[in-house]
Design a protein around this ligand. Structure first.
Ligand code: 13P
Ligand code: SF4
Length: 315
């Protein structure tokens, strides 16, 4: 089938099966086009929670689809490519983290949503890059905290809040590979540009940034600043929405120090139109989890959503 026929067939199947497609900003452009909701991790978790569809097709990575399933256990949740993992989730294995937690029994455990259901079940509170700072600030100053799995996001939150959270030693290999020296060079080349960066980037790079925030926060920042040029330090999928929302604005991507030089997340790009079509047609691969694990993992996610509403981060 050609791309246009595939798109039409996906729309037809979606209607017939009362399915909804949730897509992350890092997905391929054509997948973003097919999504009913496109957003950052926080917005997509919210959308998954309030969905009334019979089927949720999650176009993102495994931990995101898992989160949708945990929030909506009676709904069928599909992930076009079930092997679409995440380097942060991989960096934090359950057994090792359980031991780490046991070594610090007086600590509250906050985990970034980029982790497995097993890690979520071991956590007191989940956060995303869109709410981490405010959630941490809302906790008593004397509260001891373990933050997992992203040491870059955790380190950034420690810096801006003056906390001393104990950090798990994990990174997103896509963001961590972006180099401060590359940004310094680009700043010389584009002196008028503002540098925007995702907090999963390393601390040296973040020190070069004018603005640090989640994918959604970056999009909002561009709208409020109204500049003509931005140096963008995050995964390249976001450029599709940035360019769509801001015609005439130039976005200079920080190239990666890794492999191909592009800042693509290979996991995010595993979902394709063909796989999306197949998964809707065959209703597989489906996310399934043991019910006790879902119950234990749901508590800290629901707590995050409740706190985020109370703090005015989300509606
Ligand atoms: P946000 O969607 O919270 O900005 O996170 C980016 C990310 O790496 C998702 O995997
Ligand atoms: Fe995971 Fe990084 Fe890819 Fe996001 S960009 S899914 S954190 S590997």
């Amino acid at each position: 089938m050609d791309q246009e026929s595939l798109k039409q067939a996906i729309l037809q199947l979606k209607k017939e099966k009362n399915a909804v497609i949730l897509g992350h900003y890092y997905q391929r452009d054509e997948i973003q086009d097919m999504s009913d909701y496109i957003g950052d991790s926080l917005a997509l978790a919210q959308e998954a929670q309030r969905s009334k569809a019979d089927i949720i097709v999650f176009c993102g990575v495994h931990f995101m689809a898992e989160t949708a399933k945990i929030l909506n256990p009676d709904t069928k949740v599909l992930l076009p490519d079930v092997t679409a993992d995440c380097s942060l989730a991989i960096s934090c294995p359950g057994e090792a983290f359980k031991k780490f937690k046991e070594e610090h029994p007086d600590h509250l455990v906050i985990s970034y949503i980029n982790c497995s259901a097993e890690i979520k079940a071991l956590s007191d509170l989940i956060c995303t890059s869109g709410n981490a700072e405010k959630l941490v600030r809302s906790l008593p100053e004397e509260q001891k905290i373990i933050f997992a799995p992203d040491k870059n996001l955790g380190g950034y939150i420690n810096k801006v809040t003056g906390r001393n959270m104990l950090l798990w030693d994990g990174v997103c290999t896509v963001h961590d590979a972006l180099k401060a020296e590359t940004v310094t060079g680009l700043k010389k080349q584009y002196p008028e540009a503002k540098v925007i960066a995702h907090p999963e980037c390393n601390k040296e790079l973040l020190a070069e940034a004018d603005f640090i925030g989640s994918t959604k926060a970056m999009l909002n920042y561009i709208k409020s600043e109204g500049r003509k040029q931005y140096i963008v330090a995050t995964e390249t999928g976001i450029l599709y929405e940035m360019k769509k929302n801001n015609p005439g604005v130039e976005f200079i991507v920080v190239p990666s120090g890794n492999g191909c030089g592009c800042a693509d997340c290979g996991y995010m790009k595993q979902n394709t139109l063909e796989k999306l079509y197949d998964c809707l047609k065959n209703e597989t691969p489906e996310i399934t989890l043991p019910s006790q694990l879902m119950e234990d993992a749901r508590r800290p996610i629901v707590k995050m959503l409740e706190m985020s509403r109370r703090l005015g981060i989300i509606k």
